[in-house]
Design a protein around this ligand. Structure first.
Ligand SMILES: [Cu+2]
Length: 660
């Protein structure tokens, strides 16, 4: 079946968004995290910005905040379930049943070169289940034949919450060998909201260290290895009932790459990887805990992918095979004062073996026109390895078994027309995803968003969606760019929690129980307008306006859909100096989802200012940045702030980065 699929799919490839000046497809976006010679979009805080702050530079990304650490990326108004996140093509799965640890929380800015986003169903080759989009975190590797020795050091301080960031890394590069390695540390106390009150349990501490090594075994054969160790401790989650004592990730990979001298096939890379995540929650520091609970979770993933990239006169093609095995386990022990402890398995040691074949082609069809095709088919086998967890769930689903097989896939096509001054794209796709472990097998997982206990449903159907997208951009030289774009996702069997009146909640204070179910249909649509104007040599203006909509099968609003959002920024730059002023805000959330426990969020607007000065003396370069966020000390909360936890009040920051 796979062979047939390959034959029937036109081969081709995605431009490596990292190396081309602008993404070939309008539906892709990149944010640069660390790269000296790259003028593309990046956080104004530079390297000391968190991954979350870098992610927020992507216009299709919103972030759900449960505290000041480990925000959950939302792409095209879809949360983790509908988004694929990979690290250099490696699959990695979070270990928290409460989504405290999105995959992006196990890396540091210093680990990354850039973050690339493929919007919607046109996923990167390794992604599966990416209806909303796929994020690939590209690791920072110094590579061969770069500068022989480079060292960087950076330090940052933010007054609100006394956030301290320190980082140091070094790189050695020759023609046959390279290595780069580094160490990063972050520490924050509780932050202060705009009305002056301190947000308790918003502290965190994180250490990250990494090393990459590359070795040329032949002129065209390269072996590369990566190791990342990341540990966050004492992380507060003001929006949840618990904090995190420890969240630890170990990420490793070993790859071989052959680069072909000539011919259609340019590159063949095979990577094997292993990662392990340990997540330990902690409620011992909270006052008034009715029943103390221990809730650990673990996730192990081992996988392999093999990617062939080809490049011809008219084609840029990729063919990728991938396989991974993931195991997740979570349990909970409750200690009701005086009585015997109660034990529950919340993720029943679910093993998932998934294997897939993906192909894509970008075809130049002449007259400034391109067609991009991509497709993937994957097969997934799942087994519930924990007897106790399996039998507990079987009480509610007597016909369930302990093993499941699912086939999922996606196919997308887009057309781009790029005559002088214009870039017009049209695209369509179809894709499906299997239910997540929480959606299929979760057991009494309390969701503080709507205060319901959630039970998984092993009988769920796969969710699928048809995506339609279009964009148009007009550019007048380098002076003016105006763009509009929109996409819509028409879902079938949309998975969401549904009321189950026959069951009663287990968590103290919970409203009731919801069981995951399929809605026959649902819709999510996004539209945005953006403009850039280079007013004078030094002064540039940027503006954007976004509108989104989500509807369930009864026409009621889906939860966590962005209200009207806008941003206006002016940047002044001259030789080594740059200053930036920004106004950012959301309109009142008119279309919130009361049915799903969502409450209305009011409008807000904040002003941010920043300035940076870069200085080079011989081989040493120095960048100093200062800024203030929320200048007017506005007290506000956004629609994506879990349980309406307040945002930071005025925050003055300064950081310095030295390279020598
Ligand atoms: Cu957790």
């Amino acid at each position: 079946m796979f062979a047939l699929f390959v034959l029937s799919t036109i081969l081709s490839a995605n431009a490596d968004a990292d190396t081309t000046a602008a993404p070939l497809h309008e539906i892709d976006e990149v944010v640069v995290v660390t790269s000296a010679n790259d003028s593309r979009r990046r956080s104004l805080k530079g390297q000391t910005a968190s991954i979350d702050e870098h992610l927020s530079e992507l216009s299709r990304v919103n972030l759900v905040r449960r505290g000041s650490y480990a925000w959950e990326p939302v792409v095209n108004n879809m949360t983790t379930e509908r988004v694929s996140t990979t690290i250099d093509g490696m699959k990695i799965f979070y270990a928290c049943t409460d989504k405290m640890d999105p995959v992006t929380s196990y890396v540091e800015s210093g680990n990354l070169q850039s973050i690339s986003l493929n919007s919607g169903l046109n996923g990167n080759p390794q992604s599966t289940g990416n209806i909303g989009g796929s994020l690939d975190l590209k690791l920072r590797k110094v590579g061969f034949d770069s500068e022989t020795f480079v060292a960087n050091a950076s330090a940052g301080y933010e007054a609100n919450g006394h956030l301290q960031v320190y980082g140091a890394d070094a790189a050695i590069s020759t023609h046959r060998f390279y290595t780069n390695f580094g160490l990063f540390y972050r520490h924050a106390d509780n932050y202060r909201a705009g009305d002056g009150h301190v947000v308790d349990f918003s502290q965190f501490q994180k250490v990250n260290t990494f090393a990459n090594v590359g070795l040329r075994t032949g002129e065209r054969d390269i072996i590369e290895a990566t190791a990342i160790f990341d540990r966050a401790t004492d992380v507060g989650y003001p929006a949840l009932n618990m904090d995190v004592a420890k969240a630890e990730g170990i990420i490793t990979s070993l790859s071989h790459r052959h680069e072909f001298a000539d011919g259609f096939i340019r590159r063949w890379e095979t990577k094997a990887y292993y990662n392990h995540i340990t997540h330990i929650m902690d409620d011992t520091k909270r006052p008034d805990v009715a029943i103390h609970m221990d809730m650990p979770g673990e996730s192990w993933t081992a996988g392999l992918y093999s990617l062939i990239s080809a490049n011809g006169a008219r084609h840029e093609a990729q063919l990728n095979y991938d396989i991974y095995y993931n195991r997740v386990f979570a349990d909970m022990t409750m200690y009701p004062g005086g009585a015997a402890p109660m034990y529950m398995v919340t993720w029943p040691d679910v093993g998932t073996l998934c294997t897939g074949l993906a192909a894509s082609d970008d075809i130049a069809i002449g007259h400034n026109q391109h067609i991009h095709l991509s497709a993937k088919v994957a097969q997934q086998w799942q087994r519930l390895n924990d007897e106790e967890g399996y039998h507990a769930l079987k009480v509610f689903f007597p016909h369930m078994t302990d093993a499941y097989v699912q086939t999922i896939g996606r196919i997308a096509a887009s057309y781009a027309w790029q005559p002088t001054h214009w870039n017009v794209t049209l695209g369509a796709g179809w894709g499906s995803r299997a239910p997540t472990v929480t959606e299929a097998y979760g057991y009494y997982l309390n969701n503080t968003f709507d205060q319901y206990d959630y039970i998984g449903n092993p009988h769920l159907s796969n969710e699928s969606a048809v995506e339609l997208n279009a964009s148009a951009r007009w550019t007048e030289g380098s002076r003016l760019t105006i763009g509009v774009e929109g996409n819509t996702f028409l879902f079938s069997d949309y998975i969401i929690g549904q009321f189950e009146d026959r069951l009663s909640a287990m968590t103290v204070g919970a409203e009731g129980v919801k069981v995951y179910g399929n809605l026959s249909h649902a819709t999510i649509a996004n539209a945005s307008f953006n403009a850039q104007w280079q007013a004078t040599d030094g002064l540039a203006w940027r503006g954007k306006l976004g509108y989104s909509l989500g509807r369930d099968d009864e026409g009621d609003p889906l939860p966590l859909i962005s209200p009207v959002a806008y941003a206006l920024a002016a940047t002044y730059s001259r030789s080594g100096f740059m200053a930036n002023a920004e106004l950012k805000g959301n309109a009142r959330q008119v279309d919130f989802g009361p049915k799903y426990g969502e409450t209305e969020t009011l409008a807000y607007a904040v002003v941010n200012l920043s300035a940076q000065y870069a200085l080079a003396i011989k081989k040493t370069s120095l960048v100093v940045r200062v800024g203030v966020e929320n200048l007017l000390d506005k007290a506000y909360t956004t629609y994506a702030d879990w349980r309406e936890i307040p945002q930071k009040g005025r925050n003055v920051y300064a950081n310095v980065a030295v390279t020598f």
